[in-house]
Design a protein around this ligand. Sequence first.
Ligand SMILES: [Zn+2]
Length: 198
Amino acid sequence: MHPPSIQKLIDLFSKFPTVGPRTAARFVFYLMGKSQEEIEELTKSILELKEKVKICPFCFNSFEGESKLCPICSNPSRDKTLLCIVEKEIDLEAIEKIKKYRGLYFILGGTVSTFKKGDIEKLRIKELVKRIKERAEVQEIIIAVNPTAEGKATALYLERALKPFNKKITRLGRGLPVGGELEYADEETLSSAIEGRK
Ligand SMILES: [Zn+2]
């Protein structure tokens, strides 16, 4: 058994995505080898995450700065008739990187594999519906979920939930590897998936 201070950190790191207790223990022993300054820099950066980083009240993207909305939502040259729904912030980043999409985003917060109430409640469906009601200028809603089984189920749910709004609803075109994730798609594949949406 480790001393309590070490064990506590291992337990905390073990909660990180993809980190198990063994990796967590490696992190802790790595940190023990660091200088006081390095540890202070790390803890300061973690604190700043909460102090400086804001969540955009429209799309749920994270950003820093004085403006109320994130740089994408507050950019007047973005096409406000397009709304692209992604699962996670990292998917938004992947689409932004290819510079082919000039509309707005909405980060759903995850996917569902079933339409059970508990599962659906994990998604920002209420917020999404509210955005679509508030923004009459939205003409096309692009469902850009990952091409996984959960992504497909989520897309199906979204299509049903958004049908009453009478907007054009599109999905990414073919070509994305089945079971893959947008964040790992190469730029060319992702570009053609966005341009080939239907
Ligand atoms: Zn935003």
